[in-house]
Design a protein around this ligand. Structure first.
Ligand code: NCD
Length: 308
């Protein structure tokens, strides 16, 4: 794997290899301390981020690589002066051996890839995709349920604009017997192209009109925030899709709650102490999965370099 642009770029074999490496890195972090010494990696972020950027930057430093970073490229970078994304990539690839890009355009990573001479990782492109988050979500599913085949998951909230949902759906569709329940508010339903993707990959998508229609035995509830910055109607009521203690009480002892975060009020804080609330652990899984991702891509891309 030489880049990661869309979740579709990944196959089962690559994912399994990545996860085994992430497991190893989790256990024996010291062994990989200096493994990317001498490489420099750039994080180029045009949209806000806490978890994704900082976990990438932590992973980069844990691997011993150097880091250059622009956290608000839309305002502080040359984009402000009118520079195109292509030109910015052409410049940064002279400074760094890999570029991790977050951008407000859905096709930004493809645009970057066309001109790039270094690996590109898409760390969020508009309301399209967010493959590294999809990977850490899948890694979390594997951690808590052991097998990913036969997973049932209820995806709730802004299914239209949540790029993490889109990436996770595509990854889940690589596995056998996947059932996805969708609960959204009006106007923020899962776009038809993803429904078709699920159907074309032998998985099931079942629309729920309320919480009560989600089976109590579902393995995971994946809650998302409304992407208020991407929608016109800022006054949507999310009352019906808030997950609180009472609504969660009928679910199984083996139903886990996930969220890509940040959370607003769609998961009430009274659920934080429940051992089935795994969203903070999920965020921490960003470190081993990103270490494994960066390491694998660099190793593959620069395999003829003496370093490896
Ligand atoms: C998500 C994103 O940026 O798409 N956050 C993340 O990367 N963990 C979700 C969100 O912003 O709601």
């Amino acid at each position: 794997m030489k880049n990661l642009i869309n979740s579709e770029d990944l196959n089962l074999n690559e994912i399994e290899k990545l996860f085994l490496l992430a497991d190893k890195m989790n256990k024996k972090q010291k062994k990989y301390d200096e493994s990317l010494k001498g490489f420099v990696i750039a994080t180029l972020f045009y949209e806000p981020s806490t978890r994704t950027r900082l976990s990438f930057e932590s992973a980069i430093q844990k691997l011993g690589a150097g880091l250059i970073s622009t956290e608000n490229a839309k305002e502080s970078g040359s984009a402000k002066k009118g520079e195109s994304l292509e030109d910015t990539i052409r410049i940064i690839q002279g400074y760094a051996d890999m570029i991790i890009l977050r951008h407000f355009d859905n096709d930004s990573s493809e645009i970057a890839l066309k001109v790039a001479s270094v690996p590109i990782i898409n760390a969020g492109s508009g309301n399209g995709e967010h493959p590294p988050q999809g990977l850490l979500d899948l890694y979390t599913i594997r951690q808590y349920k052991k097998e990913i085949d036969n997973t049932t998951i209820a995806i709730i909230g802004d299914l239209k604009n949540s790029r993490t949902v889109h990436s996770l759906i595509k990854l889940l569709c690589l596995y056998k017997n996947i059932t996805i329940y969708g609960l959204s508010i009006k106007g923020l339903e899962l776009p038809q192209k993803y429904v078709e993707y699920i159907n074309n990959h032998n998985s099931k998508f079942i629309i729920c009109k309320s919480f009560s229609e989600i089976p109590s035995s579902v393995n995971f509830i994946y809650q998302t925030r409304i992407q208020i910055e991407r929608i016109e109607n800022k006054n949507l009521s999310i009352e019906d899709i808030i997950l609180n203690k009472e609504r969660f009480s009928r679910f199984s002892q083996n139903t886990f709650i996930m969220h890509p975060l940040p959370r607003l009020n769609e998961i009430s804080t009274d659920l934080d102490d429940d051992k089935r609330s795994i969203y903070f652990q999920q965020a921490h899984n960003g470190i081993p999965t990103k270490m494994a991702l960066i390491y694998s891509i660099i190793k593959d891309f620069y395999k003829n370099k003496k370093h490896f």
